[in-house]
Design a protein around this ligand. Sequence first.
Ligand code: F6R
Length: 254
Amino acid sequence: MDIIIKENYEQMGKYAAKIIASYVKSKPNCVLGLATGGTPISTYRELVRMHREEGLDFSQVKTFNLDEYLGIGIDLNKPYDMDQSYARFMHEELLNHINIKKENVYIPDGLTKDPEKYCQWYEEEIKKAGGIDLQLLGLGCDGHWGFNEPGSSLASRTRVQVLTKQTLDDNYEAFYKKANIERSQMPHFAITMGIGTILEAKNILMIVNGAKKADVVAKCLEGPVTSQITASAIQLHSGNITVVLDEEAASKLQ
Ligand code: F6R
């Protein structure tokens, strides 16, 4: 496992984008696993810059997002309002600004009428695509990957998950409050790739920033592997793992 410590959030994002770009250049039809949240914004900004200024080509790339709130989503063919779907986030932060093909973008459908069947379909699509070459991950304050909250099986697959109070609080502060959405209106369920699904990615790139994640970073990378910190499963992965941290997030590592 390579652990890279960069000075700040912007530098973390630039470094992570460089890693993603090198996969895209070496395998133009690669399959990327993508994350949402505050953490990857600087990474996506840099990828957009590389596309615009350096011609980084996404025309053959396929992407699978980790998760989506259940009960919300967007029809991209219609005007959309202030919903906080991850589909909307991905289009605004990255997908609308690069030359990726619509049919190559997979984001769990939060509006599905049959979540169980949908989750199985999502797993099958990942397999049909040949598996994920590089999975980008953030880290939740409670140690989650995707929405695999504490107690999720480390062998779990794509499924519906109930969100914990901590995740609801974190995501309310980061996104919903700014959009003037009442906390009680937040979705409490999500579709998420499982930890077992994530561990099948050939390569893993985890990015984490900020002092508030320093404790959980140390537990995840240096503590025991436990379903109480589902991202500690990173220690079980046998492919290439790169963890890019800013100095604050790295401050409690031994
Ligand atoms: C989002 C996701 C989550 C986030 C995590 C950190 O797709 O999978 O696990 O990576 O909650 O969120 P931020 O980056 O907002 O701190």
